[in-house]
Design a protein around this ligand. Structure first.
Ligand SMILES: Cc1ncc(COP(=O)(O)O)c(C=O)c1O
Length: 405
């Protein structure tokens, strides 16, 4: 692939051919205006990070741990953090003794490594539609043939999934699912749908990549019962690759995640990670270890659950007040997101423009569609919006949508 850039001729790799920037970036540059209320960013709230706790950890760190924090570490992760993550995942019922843990630089790296381990150009990965944008980019970078499958309120739709599996044949490498408070759909998989997926991957011997970035952030008892990972239910004999992260339960700036995978897959992934970055940041691994083993992690999760639930409640109240009834959406039982479906002929990009001018911003649906087509949907995130601005922002968006109906 040849490009001319500033008079130079670069011959870039075919593998980056499918990576594209989106028009949304240009629009979003406007969203940086300080008066704009942003429901766009899918990130934790700046005001909720456990800063005091990190100060305390830093102040009390023994000398040898400080030195470890500054040093390179082993590729799989610092052994004491692996043990701490093992206990943490074990407490969720995950089969930690029968699998291996690899500490990664965010769970996006775990997703990336697993894709690299499995995918040759043209191989098929089945995803949900919509799908987490980071995973779409990672899969594209290995030139995967991404086959998105529609979701309903219970999760990925079974007969469409089976059709996609049949069509993929032996080019199918794995299915990628985010069953707990999906990004962007907000969906929490029903027990029935989880059971269906588990039966399917077992009977048809399919690798499943289970992404559990938000599972801790449940808001009610019903949701709490439903966030048990499929890998935990299936136990040790499954081909499930489970990935998770400290990003939503400590801070994304830590850049720490993990994969829990069968030994055979782990061995390949460790080699891949070695070639990527040798090790994840020792500094934040040391912090995370202290945060988990002191038990503060659990107090912190309890605290942010309540705060995000409060933001969800405020947004839902405003939506009930202002959003036209033609717009479909569901109350999320956890996580950061609400997904909206407008009548088919309304283009979310066209709605976004007047919203931006009026001072509120969201992410348009096609950003999350691997085919980049479907655009009558959009995502609002309540996680990082100022609580006292949510109502005003929702009113702006609802008013502007009404003009398109
Ligand atoms: C569904 C999902 N998976 C994975 C990630 C990656 O998170 P990180 O790399 O920060 O662990 C995100 C981040 O927003 C996400 O939404």
């Amino acid at each position: 692939m040849n490009y001319k850039m500033g008079g130079m001729n670069y011959s870039f790799a075919d593998s980056i051919q499918d990576l594209r920037t989106s028009e949304i970036r240009d629009l979003m540059s406007l969203a940086a205006r300080p008066d704009v209320i942003s429901f766009a960013g899918g990130m934790p709230n700046n005001h909720y990070f456990p800063l005091d706790e990190v100060d305390r950890i830093m102040a009390e760190l023994p000398l040898d741990m400080k030195q470890k924090a500054f040093q390179y570490g082993p590729t799989p992760g610092l052994p004491f953090l692996i043990d701490a993550v093992k206990d943490y995942l074990g407490s969720k019922g995950l089969p930690v003794d029968e699998n291996e843990i690899l500490i990664t630089t965010g769970s996006l790296q775990a997703i990336n490594i697993i894709a690299k381990a499995f995918v040759d150009p043209g191989d098929v990965i089945i995803t949900e539609n919509p799908c987490f944008i980071g995973a779409i980019s990672a899969f594209r970078s290995y030139r995967a043939d991404i086959r998105p499958v529609e979701m309903d309120e219970e999760g990925i739709i079974p007969d469409k999934l089976e059709q996609a599996i049949d069509e993929a044949g032996d080019r199918l490498k794995f299915i990628y699912l985010t069953p707990f408070f999906h990004n962007p759909a907000g969906t929490l998989y029903s027990q029935d749908r989880k059971q269906y997926i588990m039966d399917l991957v077992k009977n048809r011997n399919i690798v499943l990549l289970e992404d559990d970035a938000y599972g801790e952030l449940w808001f009610d008892e019903d949701a709490k019962k439903r966030v048990k990972p499929m890998k935990a239910i299936l136990g040790d004999d499954s081909k499930v690759c489970y990935v998770g992260s400290f990003s939503k339960i400590f801070g994304p700036g830590m850049r720490l995640g993990w994969m829990l995978v069968p030994r055979g897959i782990y061995q390949k992934c460790e080699l891949i990670k070695q070639s990527m970055d040798a090790c994840s940041p020792s500094f934040t691994q040391v912090l995370a270890h202290q945060f988990v083993t002191s038990g503060k992690l659990y107090d912190y999760i309890d605290d942010v659950r309540k705060k995000y639930r409060q933001s969800r409640d405020i947004m839902v109240d405003s939506l009930k007040r202002y959003m036209p009834e033609e717009i479909e959406w569901q109350i999320p039982q956890g996580g950061f997101y609400i997904w909206f479906k407008m009548p088919g002929d309304i283009d979310a990009t066209e709605v976004l423009k007047p919203c931006l001018n009026a001072g509120a911003v969201f992410v348009i649906g096609k950003t999350f569609d691997p085919d980049g087509v479907k655009n009558n949907c959009f995502r609002l995130s309540y996680s990082n919006a100022p609580v006292d601005k949510i109502d005003e922002g929702i009113r702006i968006i609802a008013d502007n949508i009404r003009a398109f109906l």
